[in-house]
Design a protein around this ligand. Structure first.
Ligand SMILES: Cc1cc2nc3c(=O)[nH]c(=O)nc-3n(C[C@H](O)[C@H](O)[C@H](O)COP(=O)(O)OP(=O)(O)OC[C@H]3O[C@@H](n4cnc5c(N)ncnc54)[C@H](O)[C@@H]3O)c2cc1C
Ligand code: FES
Length: 253
């Protein structure tokens, strides 16, 4: 684990209520796996909020990385108001990330809302490694969708909205359609309700695709010290921060 004081390069709106912030971070941008996360101290004086907040690596480039986040509380509001050159104390990279297959294959990425964050990094690496990628993103409405330009141009990007304002109406797991059969491997990130629904859809014919999910629990420390992030799997209790956040879908659901 690396501790680094990183500097804000830029913050851009991603969609309504969400931002992408890029950081100059030579150490924390090196040797990451897709699906790993970084802890950011989201306060000037280090006491409010006291605990660092977890964010998935959204994009990684030489010497810098980006996070994609919804503004939901004090920490994320503080982050969104940082300006270029502001410093943020951080540590990472943490957790077990997604594993890409050795052989080129057909990868289906299923994103629920801001769960798209780590899937963009995964898509970039997958495309570079010669995989075919379909990214299926679900959101409440068109205002909460990532722009197509956020994904590598080789990715087929399919959207589903709960209100039908873009793409088919409903939940993303109701529209796996032909992509489920096409996929040789499935990756997902989103709310727990989405994972439960995905497990129902895939229970009988999706086991061969060994779906990998990234789970989210409250993480006071992020590296296995506080035992505050328990996940109850079929094989016993696991720590989301250390044993995860990547889990096999059917080990949990
Ligand atoms: C491994 C991991 C990776 C994560 N990656 C990302 C990421 O890439 N992008 C991202 O946006 N978030 C991500 N999160 C969630 C992120 O850590 C929280 O959104 C963040 O801690 C909120 O901090 P805050 O201080 O803004 O909100 P707080 O002040 O802690 O909370 C304010 C209010 O918002 C609610 N709240 C807190 N978190 C969430 C949430 N996630 N969704 C809805 N309501 C919430 C709280 O219950 C509370 O009512 C990740 C979490 C984990 C564990
Ligand atoms: S967050 Fe502390 S043990 Fe996982």
């Amino acid at each position: 684990m690396i501790l680094e004081t990183i500097s804000v390069l830029a913050t851009e709106p991603a969609y309504v209520g969400a931002f992408v912030t890029w950081f100059a971070a030579p150490a924390l941008a090196a040797a990451t796996e897709p699906g790993q996360f970084v802890m950011l101290h989201c306060s000037d004086e280090g006491t409010d909020p006291m605990f660092a907040r977890a964010f998935s690596y959204h994009r990684v480039a030489a010497g810098r990385f980006a996070i994609l986040y919804n503004v939901v509380g004090r920490g994320t509001a503080w982050l969104a108001s940082r300006e270029r050159g502001d410093l943020v104390r951080a540590y990472g990279p943490l957790g077990q990330g997604y594993r890409l297959p050795d052989q080129a294959g057909n990868l289906l990425l299923v994103a629920g809302g801001v769960g798209a964050a780590p899937l963009v990094d995964l898509a970039e690496r997958a495309v570079s490694a010669g995989h075919q990628v379909v990214a299926l993103m679900g959101a409440r409405s068109s205002a909460q969708l990532l722009a197509p330009s956020a994904w590598p141009k080789e990715v087929e990007y399919v959207v589903v909205t709960e209100d039908g304002s873009m793409g088919p109406r409903g939940f993303v797991t109701e529209h796996l359609g032909q992509y489920q059969e096409w996929a040789s491997k499935i990756y997902a990130c989103g709310p727990n309700a989405m994972f439960a629904s995905l497990a129902e859809k895939l229970r009988f014919n999706g086991r061969r695709q060994r779906p990998e999910i990234l789970m989210e629990e409250n993480m006071p420390c992020g590296w296995g010290m506080c035992y505050g992030c328990a996940v109850f799997t079929k094989h016993g209790v696991r720590l989301c921060c250390k044993d995860g956040p990547r889990f096999n879908l059917f080990d949990v659901y």
